[in-house]
Design a protein around this ligand. Structure first.
Ligand code: PLP
Length: 357
């Protein structure tokens, strides 16, 4: 006998805002050299040994106390100033669950702010960056004053453009905002300035987000936010009890204890980023944009063709044409990977030009 609800239309049951979403596409494309996801080329596989001491039948520490302690010391805050997430993506989710919208952010930027805001049915306010990819100070300020966003997300250094927003444009927003300002510092370890941590004590509405994903531990899914104990306490109410699993906690802790290695890998990436940038500037038809992160955005004629030609040589970069027209984004890899990328890109540009000539 057919079940009476066999013909049910599931899509009609879904909330309108969710039905209109497209799932974040994180398809894996096979390649020899993976430079598409802003991962570090340097892992901490030694730290995996720490997982061997765990008991699988026990729940993880719900407060991630050991991790908070080491992070607090590093950042000169108290453990009460820190909240742990299953990646900082989860913290974006929690922040929007806690404070709601409108949610204001500049574009182009990290896509999860908009996706999560929409998943919650919150109003999204998008303000274009200026032609230098810095904040449009006047337009942002107008949006803050007129629409009173509950949350403002600023990724600095910004993904996918790579630059830091100028702090002279961020500070007036912090002052004018009647909501929370989240400074997403996923790429701060690669930047030349110190970021916004020193301002925490001056601004009650400031939240700083960090992650271990871009510095060699993307597989663990561990992100954290730093804010006043009052903000942490509120967001903690929506956090799922055991959101960071025991394996991730143990391995992250072991990796963070290896401070020397962590710092050295970051230094190496910064050195390579600067070499990559200079070399890209020399390739005809390539316009790289200066970066404070572990990736470089570059403009090129026929980005789809160049993307495919690179992939044919086994090199995967990110095609971000829908966010930044005419541009691709390459993650800094090992010296050998970067050299292979430069060679391939040089060759592609040379042959492309000959075809056009
Ligand atoms: C990669 C990235 C994140 C997400 O980090 P996870 O900790 O891996 O969830 C957050 N913000 C920005 C700007 C990013 O580029």
């Amino acid at each position: 006998m057919p079940m009476p609800n066999q013909k049910m239309n599931i899509k009609k049951l879904v909330k309108k805002d969710v039905a209109a979403l497209r799932a974040y596409s994180a398809v894996e494309i096979p390649c020899r050299i993976k430079l598409d996801a802003n991962e570090s080329p340097y892992g901490f596989d030694e730290a995996l040994k720490a997982a061997a001491l765990l008991k699988t039948n026990r729940y993880p520490d719900p407060e991630a106390k050991a991790l908070k302690k080491i992070l607090a010391r590093e950042m000169r805050v108290r453990p009460e100033n820190i909240l742990q997430g299953n990646g900082s993506d989860e913290l974006i989710y929690y922040l929007i669950a806690t404070f709601g919208g409108p949610v204001l952010y500049p574009v182009p930027t990290f896509s999860m702010y908009g996706i999560i805001a929409q998943a919650f049915g919150e109003e999204k306010l998008e303000v274009s960056l200026d032609e230098a990819y810095d904040l449009d100070a006047a337009a942002m300020l107008t949006a803050v004053k007129r629409q009173k966003p509950k949350l403002i997300f600023l990724s600095t250094p910004n993904n996918p453009t790579g630059n830091c927003f100028s702090s002279e444009r961020i500070l007036p927003l912090l002052e004018a905002a009647r909501g929370i300002v989240v400074v997403d510092e996923a790429y701060q370890p690669f930047a030349s300035d110190r970021g916004f941590l020193p301002l925490l004590k001056d601004y009650k509405n400031l939240v700083i987000m960090r992650t271990l994903s871009k510095i060699g531990l993307a597989g663990l899914r561990f992100g954290y936010m730093i804010a006043s104990p009052e903000i942490i306490g509120e967001v903690n109410k929506v956090r799922l009890p055991f959101n960071v699993n025991a394996l991730s906690q143990a391995v992250a802790l072991a990796a963070l204890k290896d401070r020397k290695r962590l710092k050295a890998s970051i230094r190496q990436i910064v050195t390579e980023r600067d070499r990559l940038f200079s070399a890209m500037e020399e390739i005809p038809g390539i316009t790289p944009f200066p970066s404070e992160a572990n990736f470089i955005l570059f403009r090129v004629a026929g980005p789809d063709r160049v993307y495919k030609a690179l992939l044919r040589q086994g090199i995967l970069v990110r095609n971000i044409q829908d966010a930044v027209k005419g541009s691709l984004r390459v993650t800094v890899g090992t010296p050998d990977e970067n050299t292979a990328f430069l060679r391939a890109l040089g060759k592609i540009q040379k042959s492309g030009r000959q075809e056009q000539a």
